[in-house]
Design a protein around this ligand. Structure first.
Ligand code: KQY
Length: 370
């Protein structure tokens, strides 16, 4: 696999929106006992359910560590491809390649990964295997790779419309644990060069107590050009209230890269979700890994859904707002099935369905040069 020293922008490659056609979805098999309770038994069940649901619509490739390979193969249906790849955890959105397309096909951006903040506020102590995942994905896809050795980023911290606009959060991208020596302008330049975008919309914050320093993929996402879904609450006593209000103010005054005003669609979060005693007790304590406790509020949001060919795979929380969320998503994604999966076991690990998936865009045969 070749590593390029240019940028996608220089080469006319760009990141398409998630709602455009895919050729496949990558996931990573969960196993670490300090993040997934009871040796990841229940997480593996939920990941399998997500994978088999997506596999009804497109190819799913599950990356599995050599020591888990036999177990994963015995649990996964035969139409899901499994590839042996060492890993530190199972967040394909964050450690996987960000795929870009251009006239010459598919390439991958391999962002430097540091466990969401390294020594400052990272979530586990060693991440060397995770930092190699994007390049392994590029190999598997036979895609040339761009590597940003001088810039840390996770895929969950950006959202694009595929038409020149990126949304991100200041709390994450300007956090001390990622690129402390870069200015906001320099970070914006990196995003523009590696995603081939011309406009970056900065939200201040994300979802309350989101351990990623509030990735955008939990609070807001493009559902089509000029349409953005936003995590919302009407409860003024919920700390999320002000965070969502601030995001709404920014987004509703903004235009995208093409100059279109954004339509903001509110999706109410579920009632607050907390880790139970039993759930916390199922975790192995490991030095250097973020500790979790009974009573911790979980960063639950329906925005953390995944759009695949023909369907939207959305979390459900056994909450009344599950139905409201499904109805809004149905309107926002016409022609796609909205499939909800009870995803508490993923939520307990600090993310949700979007965080554990990574799309490989399909290159349209008539792709116009940018
Ligand atoms: O938000 C995401 N894209 C991933 C969440 C990672 C949480 C790690 N425990």
């Amino acid at each position: 696999m070749k590593t390029l020293i240019t940028t996608p922008k220089q080469d006319g490659f760009y990141m398409p929106a998630e709602f455009e056609k895919h050729s496949a979805t990558y996931m990573i098999w969960p196993e670490r006992a300090d993040n997934w309770r009871l040796n990841a038994k229940f997480a593996q069940e939920t990941f399998t359910k997500v994978a088999e649901t997506i596999a009804k619509y497109e190819l799913v490739i599950m990356l599995v560590s050599p020591k888990e390979y036999k177990n994963a193969k015995s649990k996964l249906p035969p139409d899901i491809c499994a590839a042996e790849v060492e890993n530190d955890d199972a967040w394909a959105r964050d450690t996987g390649a960000t795929f870009v397309i251009g006239q010459k096909g598919l390439r991958g951006v391999d962002w430097k990964f540091n466990s969401w903040g390294a020594e400052i506020d990272g979530l586990y102590a060693s991440w060397d295997k995770d930092d190699l995942i994007a390049s392994r994905m590029c190999e598997l896809e036979d895609a040339e790779r761009y590597r940003t050795d001088d810039f840390v980023l996770e895929g969950g911290s950006i959202c694009v419309d595929g038409q020149g606009t990126v949304i991100t959060t200041e709390s994450c991208l300007l956090s001390k644990g990622r690129n402390p020596n870069m200015s906001k302008e320099q970070i914006e330049e990196k995003l523009k060069n590696y995603l081939n975008a011309s406009k970056v919309i900065w939200l201040k914050r994300g979802v309350y107590l989101d351990e990623t320093n509030e990735h955008v993929d939990n609070i807001a996402c493009f559902t089509s050009p000029a349409n953005v879904a936003l995590a919302w609450t009407d409860d003024k006593n919920d700390p999320q209230y002000e965070l969502s209000q601030s995001a709404f103010e920014i987004l509703s005054k903004e235009t995208d890269a093409e100059g279109r005003k954004l339509n903001v669609h509110k999706i109410h979060i579920p009632s607050p979700q907390y880790m139970t005693k039993e759930e916390a007790a199922g975790l192995t304590i490991v030095k250097g890994t973020k500790t979790r406790q009974a009573g911790d509020r979980l960063a639950a949001s329906y925005i953390n859904h995944y759009v695949c060919n023909g369907a939207v795979i959305c979390p459900s929380f056994n909450d009344l707002n599950d139905y409201r969320a499904k109805a809004v998503l149905k309107k926002l994604y016409p022609g796609r099935e909205i499939i909800q999966i009870y995803s508490r076991e993923i939520l307990l690990g600090g993310g949700n369905i979007h965080c554990i998936t990574q799309q490989v865009p399909k290159k349209p045969s008539n792709l116009a040069a940018l």
